[in-house]
Design a protein around this ligand. Structure first.
Ligand code: HEC
Length: 151
C-alpha cells in the first residue's frame, strides 16, 4: 500500500515538474508578447515595403536600442516595464517615434508581473539578428531605415 502511495506521489511530482517546465517564465513572457505586443512589434526582419505597413518598430530594432542604453538585464527590464505602462516622449530611445507616433500605454492590458515576464524574455531573446556590419546594401537589415537616417 505504501509503495503504491509512493508511486502515485512520484508520478504527481513528475507531472507537476513537467507542467512547470512548460510554463517557464521565458515561455510565459513569449506568450504574453505574442498576444499583447506582436501586433505592433514584429519579430522578423522586414523589407521596406512591409515596414510601411507596420504599427510599430520591429522588436529586434527596439531591443538593439534598449540594450545599447541598458546593457544590464535589470536596468533594461526596469526601463521596459516603466515604458510600456507610461510611454512618454521624454523616455523614447527609438527615433522611429517619428514614423509610428508614441506607443499607447499597456497599463490596462497587462499586470506588472506579466510586464516583467515579457521584459525579461525580450532581454534574453532579442535581437535575434545581430547587428550586421559591412552590409550597406542590405535593405532587410535589422538596423532599419529610421535608425540609419539618424546617423
Ligand atoms: C498599438 C501598437 C503597440 C503595441 C500593442 C505595443 N507597442 Fe511598443 N511601441 C509601439 C510604437 C509605435 C513604438 C515606437 C514609439 C515609441 O517609442 O513610443 C513602440 C516602442 C516600444 C519600445 C521602445 C521605447 C523607446 O524607448 O523607444 C518598447 C520597449 C516597447 N514598445 C515594448 C512593447 C511591449 C513589451 C509591448 C507589449 C506589452 C508593446 N510594446 C506593445 C507600439 C506598440
Amino acid at each position: 500500500m505504501s509503495k503504491r502511495v509512493l508511486y502515485v506521489l512520484s508520478v504527481l511530482i513528475l507531472v507537476t515538474g513537467i507542467a512547470q517546465a512548460k510554463k517557464s517564465p521565458q515561455k510565459q513572457g513569449m506568450e504574453i508578447f505574442q498576444s499583447k505586443c506582436q501586433l505592433c512589434h514584429v519579430t522578423h526582419p522586414v523589407t521596406p515595403a512591409e515596414r510601411a505597413k507596420l504599427l510599430g518598430p520591429p522588436i529586434d530594432e527596439v531591443m538593439l536600442r534598449v540594450k545599447e542604453k541598458y546593457p544590464i538585464s535589470e536596468n533594461a527590464v526596469a526601463f521596459i516595464v516603466d515604458y510600456i505602462f507610461h510611454p512618454s516622449i521624454d523616455k523614447v530611445l527609438c527615433p522611429s517615434i517619428d514614423t509610428y507616433g508614441l506607443m499607447p500605454s499597456m497599463a490596462k492590458k497587462l499586470s506588472k508581473k506579466e510586464a516583467e515576464a515579457v521584459a525579461q524574455m525580450l532581454f534574453e531573446t532579442f535581437p535575434v539578428q545581430k547587428k550586421r556590419k559591412n552590409r550597406k546594401d542590405d535593405n532587410v537589415s535589422v538596423r532599419g531605415k529610421s535608425r540609419d537616417s539618424s546617423h
